[in-house]
Design a protein around this ligand. Structure first.
Ligand code: COI
Length: 354
């Protein structure tokens, strides 16, 4: 056992690393040897520890299970060409989970503890980071309420947990999206901007119905007018019109994606006009028809960049020509290149875990 000032580390006796087939990684099904856990009790975070990955006991009346007081993040560690593990914009993930915590009336998790936890677990699991560019160690920090009580109220106790999964790309093929005018994901004033577990629960039925119609994911429209595009299942969304790239402006109901933010910077670096503005489904369908809309792609930590080949809306289908895509491949190459050290990281987004 190793003890740092705040963190107690207990390691496994035998790693499971040699049981993993790194050439066939299904997203989120392979877990590394260790996990990080901290408990919130008596108004403070305590018992910070890294221990062997295992189940833990939860009381049947756990508040998170009943009322969904649960939030999470998704971030990635990659391997620099020289072998050093790297995190991508970890402080932004710490800030975002604390924003989510505020919305769900949960306690902040201190940035120093977040950085220490993520750094130490990646240091410990560095052999689990896939070598191939585009693959990564997906890191899942999350916080759940732990009170044992079925009255609807704010929990007094919480767990903060981090586990890791070696992953390849989330989507293995270009996507067909359904712009849904029946169901919504989030309304302004709700929890749409938070990475709240419940947001994803509400998306499951509409996505299942869309899949039955032959789509891969839902493209969510705004709650009031069912006109303005918000985001896609697990991603933010971008539309390319020649030299201009449009992404919906965040309005309180859209997740403030860290990959989204990074792409906006990269696009501006490369001389594209970037418009963060409301964009309607009618504009998208009409410009796909006229040929002005040249590319559509999603962005997210898990997905990185996912190409969109078609958008369905009210029975019509807009088709995109993947053969002429050049902005999305450029972005994918740039972000993956930065994360492997192949390309210069001019924004200092990568943080080496030495
Ligand atoms: C991520 O991109 O990290 C996400 O959180 C999406 C996840 C629901 C797979």
């Amino acid at each position: 056992m190793v003890e740092t000032s705040t963190l107690k580390i207990t390691t496994v006796e035998k790693s499971a690393l040699d049981t993993v087939d790194f050439n066939n990684l299904a997203f989120g099904k392979t877990f590394t040897d260790h996990m990080y856990v901290a408990d919130y009790k008596d108004g403070k975070w305590q018992s910070h520890r890294i221990e062997p990955f295992k189940n833990f006991q939860v009381h049947p009346a756990n508040i998170a299970w009943h009322y969904g007081q649960a939030i999470f993040e998704g971030m990635k560690a990659t391997r620099h060409q020289d072998g050093t593990p790297m995190l991508f914009r970890p402080e932004m993930h710490s800030d975002r989970i604390n924003k989510s915590a505020e919305r769900l009336a949960m306690p902040h998790f201190p940035k120093e503890s977040f950085m220490e936890a993520v750094t130490e677990i990646v240091r410990l699991e560095k052999e689990w980071i896939p070598k191939e560019e585009g693959s990564a160690l997906y890191i899942r920090p999350y916080m759940i309420a732990m009170d044992e009580f079925i009255g609807v109220q704010i929990s007094h106790t919480y767990k903060f947990i981090i586990f890791c999964c070696p992953v390849g790309p989330y989507y293995s093929k270009p996507l067909k999206l359904k712009a849904d005018d029946q169901y919504i994901r989030a309304a302004v004033g709700g929890t749409g901007e938070a990475k709240a577990a419940g947001n994803y629960a509400g998306s499951l039925l509409p996505t299942q119905l869309a899949k039955k119609e032959g789509f891969d994911q839902i493209m969510w429209l705004d709650a009031n007018e069912r006109q303005y595009i918000q985001e896609v299942g697990t991603m933010n969304i971008f539309f390319v019109f020649g030299n201009t790239v449009v992404t919906p402006s965040t309005d309180g109901a859209i997740l403030k994606g860290i990959t989204r933010n990074s792409l906006v910077h990269i696009l501006k670096d490369k001389g594209y006009n970037v418009e963060e503005r409301p964009i309607s489904i009618k504009e998208v369908m009409a410009s796909a028809e006229s040929g002005e809309l040249t590319e559509v792609f999603g962005s997210g930590t898990a997905a990185v960049i996912a190409y969109v080949e078609g958008i369905g809306y009210k029975g019509a289908m807009a088709k995109l020509n993947l053969d002429t895509y050049k902005v999305a491949p450029m972005l994918k190459d740039t972000i993956n290149g930065m994360r492997s050290g192949r390309l210069e990281d001019i924004h200092n987004w990568t943080v080496k875990v030495s």
